[in-house]
Design a protein around this ligand. Structure first.
Ligand SMILES: [Ca+2]
Ligand SMILES: [Ca+2]
Length: 80
């Protein structure tokens, strides 16, 4: 993925996450956008890119390993 596309996707994804209701599909997009090193987890540093996620990080990190797995992320932010 090139940088410009990545930045655009990130902007879209963060604006989606800023909406009050986020569907599961959109939350998955946001997860991919935030996981900038593509290790399959969103670290606290990566989460700091999105205020909404940063604020919910501790609550979302169910196993308290300091990382949000996609499963944890979707459980917390898929907006049900
Ligand atoms: Ca990561
Ligand atoms: Ca975790």
């Amino acid at each position: 993925m090139n940088k410009i596309f990545s930045a655009a996707l990130f902007a879209i994804a963060t604006s989606l996450l800023a909406a009050t209701s986020v569907y599961a599909q959109d939350a998955a997009l946001v997860f991919d956008a935030l996981d900038t090193d593509n290790d399959g987890n969103v670290s606290q540093e990566e989460a700091s890119l999105n205020e909404f996620v940063a604020q919910g990080f501790a609550a979302a990190d169910q196993n308290s390993d300091g990382l949000l797995s996609q499963e944890e992320f979707l459980a917390a932010f898929s907006g049900n």
